[in-house]
Design a protein around this ligand. Structure first.
Ligand code: NAD
Length: 249
């Protein structure tokens, strides 16, 4: 397992923090050369140094600039994401558009930029960080749920087009993972529901989960690394939940 990604080049968006950072470390540990792409230039550079990779300081909200990018990675992990919690009638339309740009349009443009290299090499792994909210909805997350449902569709279309070229495309659908994004969500949910943060996990976020703990970023990264490996060559157009049973009900 240690060297199974030797010779592969991976690009992880939002790679400076949380799940993305765990993916960077796991892919590098298995032998891949990793590009850490993030708007947090210092964080991306520091992690790239740590794993012997390179960094790409990029604001993925600048979607126009992504239309002319070409990528030479064998593994693309579309991970960068943000969250806003608000009832629809109060949801800022500018924020709605930004979330769709970052979490749906940017992945489309990066996939578009990566496919020519992958098709030429007859190998490619596209792994899209979706969410349980790619397959189930929750109130107050209209933009996030819309973007993730869209990403599920994009991932399946990529799988259908890429199959004959040796390219797979899959979604990973975590429940609540212990990252800065979720720490912010805990605070936001506490405000929306008017209860202390300490009660949010048990009473709001994990009520329907069979295993009532947060997912660790490293657990998600090990699934991503498996999907990137040769073992997963027949896995495409799929969505893998890792949510402690949250979506099983
Ligand atoms: P995080 O906040 O820890 O990290 C997100 C990273 O994305 C940061 O490094 C940030 O700088 C980067 N980023 C944000 N805006 C960017 C931009 N405009 N351009 C480039 N980079 C940008 O988040 P996380 O919790 O690790 O989430 C990562 C992904 O996993 C997201 O797509 C999220 O929706 C998904 N996800 C997270 C959870 C969870 O519970 N944390 C659950 C399901 C799915």
């Amino acid at each position: 397992m240690e060297h199974e990604l030797n010779g592969r080049k991976a690009l992880v968006t939002g790679g400076a923090s949380g799940i993305g950072a765990a993916c960077v470390r796991e892919l590098a540990a298995r032998g891949a050369k990793v590009v850490v792409a993030d708007v947090d230039a210092d964080g991306a550079a520091a992690l790239a140094d740590e794993v012997g990779g390179t960094s790409w300081a990029v604001d993925l909200l600048d979607v126009d600039s992504l239309a002319t990018v070409s990528l030479d990675c064998d593994i693309l992990v579309n991970n960068a994401g943000i969250q806003r919690i608000s009832p629809i009638e109060e949801f800022d339309p500018v924020q709605f558009r930004r979330i769709l740009a970052l979490m749906l349009e940017a992945p489309f443009l990066l996939i578009r930029a990566a496919l020519p290299h992958m098709y030429a090499n007859r190998f490619g792994r596209i792994i899209n960080l979706s969410s349980v909210h790619g397959i189930r909805a929750s109130p107050f997350k209209s933009a996030y749920v819309s973007a993730k449902h869209g990403l599920e569709g994009l991932s399946k279309v990529t799988a259908l087009e890429g199959g004959e070229h040796g390219v797979t495309s899959n979604c990973v659908n975590p429940g609540y993972v212990r990252t800065p994004l979720v720490e912010k969500q805990l605070a936001d949910q506490a405000a929306v529901h008017g209860i202390p943060e300490s009660e949010v996990l048990a009473k709001v976020m994990l009520t329907e989960a069979a295993i009532k703990r947060l997912v660790e970023p490293e657990e998600v990264a090990s699934l991503v690394a498996w999907l990137a490996s040769d073992h997963a060559g027949m896995v495409t157009g799929a969505s893998y939940t890792m949510d402690g049973g949250w979506s099983a009900k």
